[in-house]
Design a protein around this ligand. Structure first.
Ligand SMILES: Cc1cc2nc3c(=O)[nH]c(=O)nc-3n(C[C@H](O)[C@H](O)[C@H](O)COP(=O)(O)O)c2cc1C
Length: 215
């Protein structure tokens, strides 16, 4: 089989990224970009991001998760702490997040350190989820090999009847990570492959150094 995709070619020209127009703090720029991406429309889940970890097998692995909150401190997502990514993070908390927003021809790449968020924060977010999602999180030993789909459905049925009318508590193995950024790179597509790339790197005094990278 041979599928040549060489003819897929776009000339990017929707925006620009110039040093003199950017804030000192990259989280402010992230907020502006996120807002603009949503306003411009056409992106289904603007908060879907790729999370890359270095696994226990020595391989990097990417997977998509949903960004649920961001603050000046970092980026928060929720998952199963015993999943493949959870085990990878326990062994090596240096991870990479990335967003691709084709509607505005933008990419953001964040290198940072992942830490579990407080139990309180995880409880609060778990509480806000619909019951079905809560039960799904409890019954799924995320990333474990399972016999077939009906094993899961059976577990869900049993749990539904066991917890009927009761409060569904967050299991200890499910919660949030905050990724505290060490560097954030913003990529804006430009004409003729001369794209704009600005990288913010956290300094010892907690200020951010801004550098332009060749596209
Ligand atoms: C659009 C989308 C959103 C997802 N959101 C999450 C999420 O927020 N948390 C999560 O644990 N998995 C999420 N997943 C599933 C993950 O991609 C992945 O399959 C799962 O976390 C297990 O990954 P792991 O075995 O590498 O740990 C999402 C998948 C997609 C496609």
């Amino acid at each position: 089989m041979q599928n040549d995709l060489g003819h897929y070619r776009r000339n990017y020209q929707k925006s620009e990224l110039i040093e003199t127009n950017v804030p000192d703090n990259p989280m402010q720029l992230f907020q502006t970009w996120f807002y603009e991406v949503e306003q411009f429309g056409g992106v289904e889940e603007a908060n879907a991001m790729t999370v890359s970890t270095i696994g226990l097998d020595g391989f990097p692995k990417n997977r998509v998760v949903l960004l649920k909150k961001y603050t000046y401190e970092g980026f928060i997502f929720y998952t199963n702490y015993n999943s493949e990514k959870g085990k990878a993070i326990a062994a090596n908390p240096n991870i990479c997040l990335s967003f691709f927003w084709p509607n505005l021809e933008r990419q953001v790449i964040i290198k940072g350190i992942a830490e579990k968020v407080s139990e309180n924060l995880s409880d609060g977010y778990f509480e806000s989820r619909p019951d079905g999602s809560k039960l799904g999180a409890i019954v799924s030993d995320q990333s474990e090999v399972i016999e077939n789909r009906s094993v899961l459905e059976q577990k869900l049925k049993e749990l539904e009847s066991e917890l009927k009318g009761k409060e569904i508590e967050r299991p200890s193995y499910w919660g949030g990570y905050i990724v505290k950024p060490e560097s954030i790179e913003f990529w804006q597509g430009r004409p003729n492959r001369l794209h704009d790339r600005l990288r913010y790197t956290l300094q010892k005094d907690y200020s951010w150094k801004i550098e332009r990278l060749a596209p």
